[in-house]
Design a protein around this ligand. Structure first.
Ligand code: ADP
Ligand code: ASP
Ligand code: MG
Length: 406
């Protein structure tokens, strides 16, 4: 008898009818004789509403109380799904993060799972009871509720699958798998039967929200077999696998985009040793991550330094640098949040030259200016003006031969 973890996202649990359908989907696996742990997200839109309420109440809110509020959406769906399962004759109970417990660090709002004490949950599963676990939440070292960052119930599911040594972790969502690019923007995107952990990790961290980045990291480290599939259509989805399981490797397997970027240009700083350290040091000290960086030498021993930060950090980054204006001695700071980062990803890039060049050529043919570039072994990213997002994604998708046949 296999042990399975099934995770259902917000759209799959958006109303009572849908929750009842999910119960039937779970009941099917139970009828096959499997032990099933289910991880739930909040109803679609619920978490956004809760986040909105905390902001409305207090702009500079206490992150511990933020977690108390935003974790509550999953409590509702966990209880409702347990009820719906009972109604179709399946023994089930709900589990909140602290009841298992799922222990995390103390970084409220973006906590990391440290350990899961699995014995009690396992005992219930072995008695044939379905465990409906509230995703996205855990308990911190101080005994307070924590949340795992937006999209975090994917990570709850993979962590639980690792702890239970589950045969597979099925992530049920509103698309029927991982596509070569976001199917909501690129109509000709193709569903992938398989994708490597590494590529999925890059796709997720470069903006493809279909899986939370940390869930992929965890799946890769613990070798959890993850499948992404539709809650609404009964068909196999995409398996996330090791590289050697992929028979025909494409050079580029996917294209991701992220609107979560903002650009800052520090104009006319002295072009001498120590300047980069003086700029990026204070940002790091304020826990602001810098992603892409480019430096242009201008005249008279001066340079312009352009870099990107998360959009949510833009105001803080500007404030930190303004505070150091006297010591840094720059002429002006130019923030710009009207940008998007587009990334092409593929493990085949390791052995193929020309991938970046094809990207630059394609964008240039569409008249799209590239503002910043960064690369890694298996990806090339560019920053462009936000209004070109759709055009760039579709043009690149065609250029790399990824389009589905009509
Ligand atoms: P859930 O609520 O089930 O967790 P999410 O909204 O977090 O669902 O993730 C699913 C969404 O991810 C899809 O609706 C799709 O728009 C988006 N997405 C972005 N990139 C991709 C991709 N490459 N393949 C599939 N979906 C993608
Ligand atoms: N409900 C949480 C969110 O909206 C967690 C999740 O859906 O994975 O971010
Ligand atoms: Mg999600």
């Amino acid at each position: 008898m296999a042990r399975l973890v099934q995770k259902f996202g917000g759209t799959s649990l958006a109303d009572i009818e849908k929750i009842k359908r999910v119960a039937l989907r779970v009941a099917r696996e139970v009828a096959r004789g499997h032990d099933v742990a289910v991880v739930v997200s909040a109803m679609a839109g619920a978490t956004d509403r809760l986040v909105g309420w905390t902001r409305e109440t207090s702009r500079l809110h206490d992150a511990r109380e933020y977690d108390v509020v935003v974790s509550s959406g999953e409590q509702v769906t966990a209880g409702l799904l347990a009820l719906a399962l009972q109604n179709v004759g399946v023994d089930a109970r709900s589990w909140l993060g602290w009841q298992i417990p799922i222990r995390t660090d103390d970084v409220h709002g973006k906590a990391r799972i440290r350990s899961i004490e699995i014995a009690e949950l396992k005992r219930h599963l072995s008695l044939g009871q379905v465990a409906v676990v509230a995703g996205f939440q855990g308990i911190g070292p101080d005994g307070q509720v924590t949340t795992l960052g937006r999209g975090g119930s994917d990570t709850s599911a993979v962590a639980l699958a690792a702890a239970l040594k589950a045969e597979r972790c099925d992530i049920f969502t509103d698309v029927d798998g991982v596509y070569t690019s976001d199917p909501r923007i690129v109509a000709r995107a193709r569903k992938l039967d398989k994708i490597t952990y590494e590529e999925m990790l890059e796709m997720a961290s470069q903006g493809a929200k279909v899986l939370q980045t940390r869930s992929v990291e965890m799946a890769m480290n613990h070798r959890v077999r993850v499948q992404v599939l539709s809650s609404f259509v009964d068909a196999p989805g995409t398996l996330v696998v090791d590289e050697d399981e992929i028979v025909e490797q494409q050079v580029v397997s996917g294209i991701a985009y992220s609107r979560d970027e903002a650009k800052i240009t520090v104009q006319k700083v002295a072009d001498r040793p120590g300047v980069a350290a003086a700029i990026f040091g204070p940002l790091a000290a304020s826990a602001i991550n810098v992603d892409m960086i480019v430096q242009n030498v201008s005249e008279d021993g001066l340079a312009d330094l352009t870099f990107t930060v998360a959009r949510a950090d833009l105001d803080r980054a500007v404030a930190v640098l303004e505070e150091k204006r006297a010591t840094l001695g720059f002429a002006a700071l130019k923030p710009d949040s009207n940008v998007v980062k587009i990334s092409v990803i593929g493990v085949g890039m390791r052995s193929h030259a020309g991938v970046a060049q094809q990207m630059f050529q394609t964008l240039s043919e569409k008249g799209i200016n590239i503002q910043v570039i960064s690369t890694s072994e298996i990806k090339v990213s560019v920053l462009i003006a936000a209004e070109y997002t759709e055009l760039a994604l579709r043009a690149l998708h065609t250029a790399y031969g990824l389009d589905a046949k009509e």
